[in-house]
Ligand binder design. Sequence first.
Ligand SMILES: Cc1cc2nc3c(=O)[nH]c(=O)nc-3n(C[C@H](O)[C@H](O)[C@H](O)COP(=O)(O)OP(=O)(O)OC[C@H]3O[C@@H](n4cnc5c(N)ncnc54)[C@H](O)[C@@H]3O)c2cc1C
Length: 314
Amino acid sequence: MRLLETFPERGGFTVQTNIDIKQVNYDPDRDLWIITSIDGKRFESRAVVMAIGGCRIPVIPKWEGMETFPGEIIHSSKFKNAQDFSGKHVLVIGTGNSAAEIASRLTEHASHVTVSGRTPPHILPKSVYGIPLIGIGVWTRYWPGTIVDRILSFLQRSMIGNLSAHGLPYPTLPLSKQYAINNVVPILYRPFVDDVRAGRIRIVGPIQKITGRTVHVLRTLTTDPGSTHSLTTLEPDVIIAGTGFRTGISKLVQVPGITDENDRSVISGDQEFKDAPRLYFIGQVNPLSGLLREIRLEAGRIAKKIKQQLAAGR
Ligand SMILES: Cc1cc2nc3c(=O)[nH]c(=O)nc-3n(C[C@H](O)[C@H](O)[C@H](O)COP(=O)(O)OP(=O)(O)OC[C@H]3O[C@@H](n4cnc5c(N)ncnc54)[C@H](O)[C@@H]3O)c2cc1C
């Protein structure tokens, strides 16, 4: 907050809060960006930095029959504490960090905790012999992906171990490829591993449909495309979807092609997109070296580039 409050005296900026931006449009005739807010305010700017985070719009998948489920279906972003679910059977969806940590915390209060997953997760230790994983991420940030993947796979196998007997097979895709597909970072929450191994968390495959209280899921989270999946049913009281977020960028930024099919920006840092001069995105990539570090680096590059562009009259 102090950083924001002191902006005006440090750089001549004005800071306005409580403004919800609805659209960002480029006017090619005037070579200007027009930014409009939900309540009708309008701003014009030569350059725009989209620092909107990656967690704007919570996503709950559409499961067949979900409207017939009598219990609560909530997104992980609405999860406050595990005590609220005392004595309940909770079905947690997803194999990312949110789902893993929520499931693990629930084991102390819920009667049953089941995790339904689609993709076997990469699980890594938070630190390796006292070196934080993020430090290893910084060190290997510009190494070839295949080498980093091999190191991480070795760490998972040697320090986390095989959880196949407990329903969690090793991932089929290396981390860099998996991340490129779904933007999911490895699980770093060790208690989840212990809970799975101890049977406090049951792992099943993805939801197929919901009929009233009954949730039909694949019995296992298998990576073998040739295996025949058998179904099983669960009767949870609550479903918590740890199924991530969308950025909402395609609606917000009116530049065709600026996002991929997952609504993620196709540029980041000081990269520029064709026909969208001086428009930048910060905080949209999440490398193993840590998002906060990446944001700090990107901020410097973007500021430098905009300074040069404005000085050159671009
Ligand atoms: C539990 C947790 C632990 C984490 N631990 C780490 C860690 O150890 N190391 C690490 O590097 N990272 C970590 N992260 C990630 C890091 O905290 C976030 O990635 C970082 O805060 C993102 O910052 P940001 O400014 O890009 O986005 P945000 O913090 O999401 O800020 C985006 C801002 O944009 C505003 N906004 C969005 N849309 C609009 C709009 N249309 N109009 C106006 N304003 C808008 C929002 O209100 C918000 O103020 C963690 C995240 C979580 C949730």
